[in-house]
Design a protein around this ligand. Structure first.
Ligand SMILES: *[C@@H]1O[C@H](CO)[C@@H](O)[C@H](O)[C@H]1NC(C)=O
Ligand SMILES: *[C@@H]1O[C@H](CO)[C@@H](O)[C@H](O)[C@H]1NC(C)=O
Length: 457
């Protein structure tokens, strides 16, 4: 075919002079094509006044207006076989008016070898065993394979057909139903009613769900529902727990008001340990108190007088005997200041005392009865037999000695000593010394009721 075209071109280059052609302003030498039509039915000689033009004659072929000249060689064609040795061809055309030299040089052929060997297809091995079914229940597919090794292909050959095939497999088993969760139940109550401030232990609540929508089948055994049936969350919406107030330690705010011994001083405390918060209660009780304070210093103890000792005998210095005489003597008595300690005060007053005296010890004196004394106590103090006593005594009639004695008459003198006197008995009492009278005490309570009364108080 290619050869024929080339021969035609060569033959038709021998044309007559007066020929009408299609005239083109461009001749594409590598393809032998005309381009950019200038006009139809134009004298070929006119068209070819420009050797760059091309024309298409009645044979329909395109030619160049220049003098005949070989075009460029075409690229080499493909090798005539795809494996082992073949040939490849290239060609060129002669375009233009006249003849080209060496008219036989339009084709060139040369040996070629794209591939040293030709592909040989392989053959399949026997099928391998069926692989397990793709499912464990109901029906699925299974597959088996074979290999292209019997024999193996060579030089790029292959096996014809698929290396695997599949078929439907039926396990003859019912599929299990896997469990699926029902929706969550409502949240349960919180584990507390408030949140402790600053604590990580926030009350929580839980909700549950059941693996019942549907439940897993029993035979065959379906899977349990995945995940947990219980969900926990913190009850963050709860209010903060009330913090009840608590007292600080007592703090002494005043000095001990005494310089010795125990005193009372003021102590205070504050409701800030902690202070009440979040509607918590105030601290109970008072915020101040009096507390005992101890100076550890003993207070001064003042001295106190003992009772006076007995008067000393009534005597007069230098005189042997002033008994039973109007001669005044002196007597004295003493007392002691006792118990003074810790720089306490001394006793006020004198520790000794003097007075004038008349010594009537053992002297015989005129006597007279005193008035009745007051009634004494009821003895015994309870019971029906309780009695009281009063008495009259025989007392001396003191002689009319001077009341004041001494140099300045300012020392009062007292009668001293047990004198010896008797009084005429008063009937019906037969005594010249002392007479006593007794009487029944009236309305004296019985002793049991007195004891009861005493126990009550
Ligand atoms: C199975 O055969 C098909 C068709 O021949 C092929 O496309 C597929 O790659 C093969 N599978 C395997 C695993 O070789
Ligand atoms: C002192 O004088 C009185 C009376 O003159 C007499 O009774 C008494 O015995 C005398 N006492 C002494 C110790 O002498």
């Amino acid at each position: 075919m290619l050869l024929l075209i080339i021969l035609n071109i060569l033959l038709c280059s021998n044309f007559s002079v007066a020929q009408l052609v299609e005239c083109y302003t461009t001749f594409l030498e590598d393809k032998g094509e005309c381009k950019d039509i200038l006009g139809y039915d134009i004298q070929q000689t006119d068209c070819c006044l420009n050797p760059k033009y091309g024309f298409r004659g009645q044979d329909g072929k395109c030619n160049s207006c220049r003098k005949a000249q070989w075009g460029p060689w075409s690229p080499w064609g493909a090798c005539s076989v795809s494996c082992r040795e073949g040939v490849k061809i290239r060609w060129r055309a002669c375009y233009g008016i006249g003849r080209c030299k060496d008219a036989s040089q339009t084709l060139q052929t040369m040996s070629c070898r794209d591939q040293e060997c030709c592909p040989v297809n392989g053959g399949w091995s026997t099928w391998g065993p069926w692989q397990p079914c793709s499912v464990t229940c109901k029906s699925g597919v299974r597959k088996r394979e074979r290999s292209c090794t019997n024999p193996s292909p060579s030089c790029g050959g292959q096996c014809i057909g698929s290396n695997n095939e599949t078929e439907i497999c039926d396990t003859l088993l019912i599929c299990p139903t896997h469990g699926s969760w029902a929706s969550w139940e409502v949240w349960g109550p919180c584990s507390g009613i408030c949140k402790v401030e600053g604590s990580q232990n926030i009350p929580f609540q839980q909700r549950t769900r059941r693996c019942s929508d549907p439940p897993p089948s029993v035979n065959p055994r379906g899977n349990d529902c995945p995940g947990t049936p219980i969900e926990t969350q913190e009850c963050n919406h709860l209010p903060l727990c009330p913090v009840h107030g608590s007292w600080s330690e007592w703090v002494t705010v005043s000095e001990c008001p005494v310089t010795c011994g125990l005193g009372l001083q003021l102590q205070k405390r504050e409701c800030n340990n902690p202070a009440p918060k979040h509607n918590g209660q105030q601290c109970p009780g008072e915020n101040s108190r009096k507390a005992v304070c101890n100076t550890n210093v003993h207070c001064p103890v003042d001295g106190r007088w003992t009772e006076w000792e007995e008067w000393s005998d009534c005597k007069r210095h230098g005189r042997r005997n002033i008994s039973c005489s109007a001669t005044a003597g002196m007597q004295s008595r003493t007392r002691s200041c006792v118990g003074r300690e810790f720089e306490g005060d001394f006793c006020d007053g004198d520790s000794s005392d003097n007075r004038g005296c008349y010594n009537i010890e053992g002297c015989s004196m005129e006597g007279k009865w005193s008035e009745w004394s007051n009634w004494g106590f009821c003895e015994p103090p309870c019971g029906a037999r309780s009695i009281k006593t009063r008495s009259r005594h025989c007392t001396p009639i003191y002689p009319a000695y001077p009341e004041y004695v001494g140099q300045y008459k300012n020392l009062k003198a007292f009668f001293w000593g047990e004198s010896d006197q008797s009084c005429p008995p008063i009937p019906p009492y037969n005594s010249n010394d002392v007479i006593t009278e007794t009487a029944q005490c009236q309305e004296v309570p019985i002793c049991e009721s007195v004891m009861r009364l005493r126990n009550r108080t």
